[in-house]
Design a protein around this ligand. Sequence first.
Ligand SMILES: NC(=O)c1ccc[n+]([C@@H]2O[C@H](COP(=O)([O-])OP(=O)(O)OC[C@H]3O[C@@H](n4cnc5c(N)ncnc54)[C@H](O)[C@@H]3O)[C@@H](O)[C@H]2O)c1
Length: 346
Amino acid sequence: MSARSLELGIIGAGRIGQLHAEHFRRRIPSAEVAMVADVAEGMARACAARYNIPAFTPDYHDILERRDIDAVVICSSTDTHARIIEEAAAAGKHIFCEKPIALDLPSIDRALAAVREARVKLQIGFNRRFDASFRRVRQVIEQGEIGRPHLLHITSYDPAPPPLAYIRVSGGLFLDMMIHDFDMARFLTGSEAEEVFALADALIDPAIGEAGDVDTAIVTLRFMNGVIATISNSRQASYGYDQRVELLGSKGAIAIDNNYPNTAIISDARSVRRDVPLHFFTERYNESFVAEMTAFVEAVLHDAPVPVTGYDGRVPVVMALAAKKSLLEHRPVRLHEVEQAVEDMP
Ligand SMILES: NC(=O)c1ccc[n+]([C@@H]2O[C@H](COP(=O)([O-])OP(=O)(O)OC[C@H]3O[C@@H](n4cnc5c(N)ncnc54)[C@H](O)[C@@H]3O)[C@@H](O)[C@H]2O)c1
């Protein structure tokens, strides 16, 4: 590996793969994308042309076989992540993988074991940890600026549901969408959840319910350090992407508002108003995506620890599985029950 530039391959050239490709091209000078793979070859070709990537392929094994490629960025559909992690680790590649690692714990545990055995780095794509406002909340807690944290409220609404085809393979709202908020709750409280209780329904689109998923949910959580938290998710807020956090501590509170395209406040005889928030994750979290990938590249180039580990990728899946179980059984579920169920597997 050259001292200054990391050679990478991107696997999966859909929404998020293209976003990372653009950032490598324009914002991250210490890395070069050498090849992009997508089973839909046209997607790989278009991504290569658009972001000046010298090679593309329908088969990601072509990336794994390239000795000059140091690391892979896995942006394919969720059901492929764990297998690709195992193969990439065996090929000696460092790995950045989009969330979630997988939808079940045995697959995650096999992938993490392969990473440990190969002694490669693995970073998981919880980009919101790199958002400047959320980092400030974490700092407030770490530095005791509002005393001991007591109550955390995370609001996370999308502007519109994804296509049903995406929902069907996504693992559902808890594993696909709320997974970011489960991670954020751990990150902000600096603690682990003990117990969750979920209420949810398909209130936006009955077709989402027919596909076996929910589109509207509230989960309450109790953390080991005593914090009581709520996470509210909706697949549809008419005014756009709503991403807020409130934390109340023994000596004060901190609140994070949405990010807006401008700071204009328009006042007239009838109302005082402003424009709607930045529309979706590509706008709201753009800088955090650049920061997470820069951190990954730096960790590999300087052989430093990654800031979001495989373990950090695993725990929110346990939380999501506990929330699913809670919804199904209509009772609070301890995370321990989910772990126990895996241990009890034949
Ligand atoms: N961090 C975030 O905020 C964030 C945002 C969006 C998506 N994601 C995650 O990124 C992943 C992709 O999501 P997306 O929205 O880009 O989906 P997408 O459907 O737009 O893109 C996925 C691409 O992967 C390709 N693909 C599928 N199997 C493949 C394989 N075996 N080899 C190579 N390519 C393959 C598909 O052809 C498709 O082009 C999902 O796991 C999702 O959860 C994360």
